[in-house]
Design a protein around this ligand. Sequence first.
Ligand code: NDP
Length: 246
Amino acid sequence: MARIALVTGGMGGLGEAICIKMAALGYQVVTTHSPGNTKAADWLAEMEGQGYKFKAYPCDVADYDSAQKCIQQITAELGPIDVLVNNAGITRDMTFKKMDKVNWDAVIKTNLDSVFNMTKPVADGMVERGWGRIINISSVNGQKGAFGQTNYSAAKAGMHGFTKALALEVARKGVTVNTISPGYIGTKMVMAIPSEVLESKIIPQIPMGRLGKPEEVAGLVAYLASDEAAFLTGANIAINGGQHMS
Ligand code: NDP
């Protein structure tokens, strides 16, 4: 039977590429969308038109009860989750001087609490079954910090602390936990940055002289999810064109 991969935020720029890659490799792919997302049905139809039959469930990853309910529903309807990709995330950029509690909380809840909320209801089952993959999508800005992103950098760095601690706890149980830290990837969000800003400020920071491709991140997710990656755990893998080497 096909392994089940749950990709949070699968309708976004990176998430879509991850869903497509995992489906191409034979996983049964499930994704989540915000409860208020009115375009979910359109996205599912568009994907079906391209030959991908994804399932999607409403879930506010920032909310513990919503996450529990979502995982219970997926498990009851499809079966246990084998691969969890914690990908959903937001930015609310502003300097620390302007940072208010609302924008701090929104990013910490969506980008960091979500990792607890989604992992909690799946981790025990993975351990009991002796196989599982948890892949957390962080960011280069969690590794090096970024102007205007105290909230985002804190959440993304926290994600990797979670990865390392949980990786230790489940290391002997066939379950791996890893972080991926992408640099600038050419998603719709990044491509919406004015081209002069991209050309003058962003691309010059990247030794490879280009943005990453969502498919390149998806390929790394696929590797971490594979049986071949069984000995790789607790890592934070940078995929940033050489922008930051640690
Ligand atoms: P998008 O904005 O394209 O997608 C983000 C996804 O997260 C959306 O599908 C959105 O779903 C979902 N989401 C946001 N809030 C919630 C919530 N409360 N509950 C459920 N789902 C939610 O972003 P990207 O694809 O670019 O980014 C994906 C991940 O990669 C993020 O974690 C981001 O921080 C990280 N990243 C991205 C980089 C880039 O260059 N693009 C670089 C480094 C890291 P919905 O639309 O339904 O709200």
